[in-house]
Every structure is written in C-alpha cells, then in structure tokens.
Design a binder for this molecule. Structure first.
Ligand SMILES: Cc1cc2nc3c(=O)[nH]c(=O)nc-3n(C[C@H](O)[C@H](O)[C@H](O)COP(=O)(O)OP(=O)(O)OC[C@H]3O[C@@H](n4cnc5c(N)ncnc54)[C@H](O)[C@@H]3O)c2cc1C
Length: 414
C-alpha cells in the first residue's frame, strides 16, 4: 500500500496506486528474474526504459503538459514514479537523462521548440543528453570553455564535452556553451542550445568503461565547427546560467528520488533479518541489527517527506527559486548520502549474502555513489548551503536562477 502524503488530492493518490501496480506487475518480476540469474538488475536499463515508455510511465511524459504528449501529473507524479522505479531496483537512466536533457526545453522552450523537440522526447521516440561537463570543467560549471560564436542566423560551436551520458546515442544534446567570456563575472557568458547529435562536426572520441550505469554510453565528445540555427537557442544569448541552474534544481529533485531504492534495501534487510538465525535467535532480535534498520528507516522517511514537500512547492508555484536552490541541494545531498549509508547498513545486516549479486545491494551501492557525484558533487553543494547559513561569499547569481544579471548593453552603462 503506497504511503501517501496527507496533502495529496484524489487524483495524485490514484496515480500513486497506478504506478505501484505497474512496478509490481512489470518491473519487480524482471528484477527477480535477473537476481535469480545472479545478474545486477540495474543493467537492463534500455529494456526497462522502453517498457516504461510503452506503458506510459516515462518521468518526462508524466511531468509534461498534455498538449506536448504528457500526462500532466506535476512534480508530485514525477517524484512518485521515480521513487517507485527505484523500489524495483531497476535503473532507468536513459529516461532520467532525457528528462535532464529536455528539462530546459520543458522549462523555457518556445511553443515551436516544444512541438519540435520536446514532444518526441516526451513520447520516448527520441532521447536527449545534457552536456555541461568538459575535460577542464566539473563542479565549476561556470568555467565552461566550449565556445559559441554567432555567424548570421547560426551559431558555431567549438570545444569538448566529457562524461556525457548517452552522448553518442541520444538524438539531441542540450549544450551549454560560452558565448561571451567577458561577461563571466556577471554570469551572462553562457548560452544554451538544442543540438541534434547528427549535426556535422560532432564526433565521439571515446566511450568510457564505467563500474556501474554500464549501458549508458558515457561519452567524450568533440564539437568542431558545429553549426546550430539560432531557433535552437533557449531564451537569449547570455541566459545559459539561468537555464542551467533552473534545470539543475529539477534534476536534483529527481536524483533525490533515489530514496525509492531505500525501500528495496529495507525489504531485503527485513526479510533476511527475520529469516537468519544466529546464536539461537533470528538476528532481527539483536539490538545492533535493529539500530542499523532504524538508520535506514529514519533516513528513508525523512527524505520522502522532504522530496514530496519540494514537489508540492513546485506544483503550487510556491517555490521561491533562491531558497529552492538550497532546498533541492539539501534533498539531493541528504537523499544520496543516505542511500549510500543505507546500502552499507543493509549490506552489513545481510552479511556475506549482502556481498552476493543475488541480493542486488551492490548495484544500489554503486548507484548511491554515482548520485553523490552527478548533478554537482555533494561536497560543493554543501559549501553553498554552509556559506548561505553564514551569509558569506555567496554571489546570489551563482545559484539563484531568478536573479538575472544585466544584459551586455546594461553592463556597459554600469
Ligand atoms: C557516470 C557519470 C555520468 C555523468 N553524466 C553526465 C552527463 O550526462 N552530463 C554532464 O554534463 N556531466 C555528466 N557527468 C559529470 C558529473 O556531473 C561530474 O563528474 C560532476 O559534476 C563533478 O565534476 P568532476 O567529476 O569533474 O569533479 P571535480 O569538479 O574535478 O571535483 C573533484 C573533487 O574535488 C572536490 N572539489 C572541487 N572543488 C572543490 C572546492 N572548491 N571545495 C571543496 N571540494 C572541491 C569535489 O567535491 C570532488 O570531490 C557524469 C559523471 C559520471 C561519473
């Protein structure tokens, strides 16, 4: 029985039941079949993603408005789906990557851009990647070097991106480029573009071998004289930082929904704790084991309430974007750090069996570690929160999408 939030309306509750039934009927049996073959269920990412699309459970489809092929279930629906998929222990990163790649179009695209690019991604006919990271640019995303120069009605992109999930497979890259290095101190130097992957000049230089997320074609990409029509620009030149920080807020809420995997850990540890007898008693009777269970349970409940509260703020339009940046970072840090700690607690409850592929804990542990890095490392996000608490050293533009710096013309007057 799904644990509803008290403020949900009847439609949201029904949707939660619908998602739960889908996960139980379609995903859980696939997980069990994989574990019985001693395989990690997180490695059937494409099959599971295509199944979700077919059944109407693509997170972007759930979030997007009906006019663009979506189901308009809001951020509550989006979070419910992410949480429930997590519970199944299957990782659908092709879908999540497309949400993150298409997020800026969903948030800021023109009607024409939404018709052309968003709709097929919503329907799962096309896939999108988000391209921020570069060889010399990680957490310091404002340092993006891939350059964009305007040439008539086109922009010309030159540079590199790395670690791009689905980079060599997706249909569209959401590229953040440096269009005006002089405007960096004002955070008006970046511009966001929708770039079809097959545009001449884009080459895949390498596909990384990962320890998890193995089907995700994690790519190093080169852009050489890649010409993009100006209609593919999101908002205006210089708005890239606003676009990126806004989209990252939504990405971080999505990442925090990995709390669904904790439900899975709890079930695994509970079943083992009841079944396993040592020193004459089921191990669930021992305080040490109960303390580990309570760690998992407390973090799961706290994360759930917080992510659904954030979804509610977005759905009701009550999210103030500056404080929301802090809140979405808090959710992402707490949720992903908890997931890693919970996976270790579950593993130690299950003991040696926890180290076997057949319990599925190993895949969750690896995913927890990745989620602490992706979407901005937890340590860096903690620095934002700490500085904000001391009201120190925070240039609001660094994290506040609603504070737009001056345009070039305005800056010249300063
Ligand atoms: C599997 C995988 C998939 C990915 N997919 C994508 C994708 O699709 N698109 C994309 O754009 N990127 C993607 N990334 C990249 C990811 O977003 C980056 O790895 C992340 O932003 C961190 O950057 P970095 O790895 O370069 O670390 P760095 O920024 O080099 O940081 C390294 C370490 O130094 C610490 N550090 C850095 N600066 C400071 C400081 N000032 N104070 C304290 N500590 C500091 C960090 O916390 C971190 O621990 C992916 C990465 C992986 C591993």
């Amino acid at each position: 029985m799904f644990d509803y939030m008290p403020w949900w309306d009847e439609e949201t509750r029904q949707f939660a039941d619908e998602v739960e039934a889908f996960v139980d009927a379609e995903l859980v049996p696939r997980t069990q079949a994989m574990l019985e073959q001693n395989k990690d269920p997180m490695t059937i990412q494409w099959d599971a993603s295509k199944l979700c699309v077919e059944k109407g459970f693509h997170p972007l489809m759930v979030l997007a408005e009906e006019e663009f092929g979506g189901r308009d279930k809001g951020y509550a629906g989006y979070t419910i789906l992410n949480e429930e998929i997590g519970r199944s222990n299957i990782n659908v990163n092709p879908l999540l990557t497309s949400v993150f790649g298409a997020g800026p179009i969903h948030l800021f695209g023109t009607k024409k851009q939404k018709e052309k690019f968003l709709k097929p991604i919503v329907k799962g006919e096309k896939w999108a990647s988000i391209t921020v990271t570069e060889p010399d640019v990680g957490n310091d995303a404002a340092g993006i070097q891939l350059g964009a120069e305007q040439d008539g009605d086109e922009w010309v992109l030159n540079g590199w991106k790395r670690y791009i999930t689905l980079g060599c497979l997706s249909d569209y890259h959401l590229v953040y480029a440096n269009s005006d290095p002089d405007m960096r101190s004002l955070y008006r130097h970046l511009t966001a573009f929708i770039v079809p992957r097959e545009t001449p000049g884009i080459t895949t230089e390498k596909v990384n071998e990962l320890i998890g997320d193995v089907e995700m074609a994690n790519s190093v990409l080169r852009y050489k004289d890649v010409r993009v029509p100006k209609e593919n620009m999101i908002l205006d030149p210089g708005d890239g930082w606003t676009v990126m920080t806004s989209a990252l807020n939504i990405e971080r809420l999505g990442i925090a929904s990995v709390v669904g995997s904790t439900k899975n850990l709890l079930e695994t540890a509970r079943a083992y704790g009841r079944r396993r007898v040592q020193f004459g008693l089921p191990i669930s009777r021992y305080n040490g084991v109960q303390l580990r269970m309570s760690n998992i349970s407390m973090k799961m409940h706290l994360t759930r309430v917080y992510i659904y509260y954030l979804a509610h703020l977005l759905d009701t339009g009550e999210a103030d974007m500056f404080t929301f940046a802090i809140k979405s970072s808090t959710a992402k840090i707490f949720g992903t750090q908890s997931l890693t700690e919970n996976a270790l607690d579950a593993l130690f409850i299950v003991g040696g069996d926890g180290y076997l592929q057949e319990t599925g804990i190993g895949g969750i542990l690896k995913n927890g570690a990745l989620m602490q890095i992706a979407g901005g490392s937890n340590d860096i996000l903690k620095l934002f929160i700490g500085r904000q608490e001391f009201k120190q050293d925070v240039d609001e533009r660094m994290i506040n999408p609603s504070v737009r710096g001056p345009t070039k013309e305005e800056a010249d007057q300063l």
